[in-house]
Design a protein around this ligand. Sequence first.
Ligand SMILES: Cc1cc2nc3c(=O)[nH]c(=O)nc-3n(C[C@H](O)[C@H](O)[C@H](O)COP(=O)(O)OP(=O)(O)OC[C@H]3O[C@@H](n4cnc5c(N)ncnc54)[C@H](O)[C@@H]3O)c2cc1C
Length: 392
Amino acid sequence: MIVGAGMAGVQTAVALREQGWSGGITLLGAERHAPYDRPPLSKAVLLGTAAESALEVDFGSLEVELLLGREALALHPGDRRVSTDGGPVVYDRLVLATGAEPVMLPRSAGVPGVYALRTLDDAVALRPVLEEKRDVVVVGAGWIGAELSTAARAAGCAVTVVEAAERPLAGVLPDVVAERMRGWYADAGVGLLTGTAVAAVEPGGVRLADGGWLPAGAVVVGIGARPATGWLAGSGVALGPDRAVVADDRLRTSVARVYAVGDCASFPSARYGERLLVHHWDNAVQGPRVAAANLLGGDERYDPVPYFWSEQFGRFVQYAGHHAAADTMVQRGDPQGPAWSVCWLREGVLVALLAVGRPRDLAQGRKLIERGVRLDPGLAGDPGVPLKTAVR
Ligand SMILES: Cc1cc2nc3c(=O)[nH]c(=O)nc-3n(C[C@H](O)[C@H](O)[C@H](O)COP(=O)(O)OP(=O)(O)OC[C@H]3O[C@@H](n4cnc5c(N)ncnc54)[C@H](O)[C@@H]3O)c2cc1C
């Protein structure tokens, strides 16, 4: 049984069949829609250039029993049972794939004109905002905030982004790199208020902590997402302070026969020497292959080089690996130009790479990170030298 019919849940079902499992598979999902892909929600689906983003998986021929519009309410490992709003379901082995849910501002729920962007329903609800070219205030200058601003500007909306931190993507990228993104907002005609906290979202606008008022035809909250694990309370499945299911390097949870994949689970990374909670698409595709192998009696370790991409303000932004503040940064190319990369080296070894409009750097860098290759910082800093030849 798999709980959560997003990318990670679906990929688990597919991987189980690919790896030879011929027994039953039940896939339970709270949303009513056929399983779909989330990245297009802040891009083509929001703009209406794609109606939806259903996954091209034939559940019938895969013999996967799909229970949609069914929410898991509690887990009882003692008798291997999941309580759902449609009655109990008994499992032999269980995979947790409930993803994440958006963090909302206090007291914003139910205020008219306030939106989040996590589900297909959210994207469909937001479409008229763009079609009617309403003035949009986005709370949060993270990945979702940037993509949403891009789409809203493309639709002709006036957009203001309010960010409590001093710069976009603060805490995710070093200040010097994140600061460059401020210019991307300005070039796109998006107002960006950093160091500005929101006190309350009220009908018709946003009240700022300094007393200021921003009128808005719609407010979209993009301040992060948390693992959707509330239903596991009291089950014995260990959760971390970040609310993620604490999986081991085989993607097993603290409870026998229960595994966890995707946005809902953290795992220990031997590669980076710390526990990682990854909220990106690639992790929801790669983890399930390892979980499926282990469910079927294998002994595979999950230790990926994390990867994600973002499309914002006409730029293709990609990141592979994981860096820490102490790692050495090497700039490749003109940071004011349209295409550049940043490499992070730890004791000379490439551990992470950010590529803006340089997909070849990303492709080569990802392989070098996987292999733990030492780079010559001088060569790596020359954008004319292919990264794969910048090895020491
Ligand atoms: C708008 C948007 C744009 C994105 N763009 C990018 C991008 O460009 N690049 C990138 O790398 N990543 C992107 N991501 C992140 C990526 O989509 C996620 O990492 C990925 O969807 C995680 O998959 P998942 O299956 O773990 O979780 P989810 O996709 O969240 O799926 C979990 C499913 O479980 C269901 N569920 C939750 N609780 C229960 C329950 N108790 N019972 C039953 N079902 C339950 C939920 O309804 C949901 O359908 C984006 C995410 C969003 C929201």
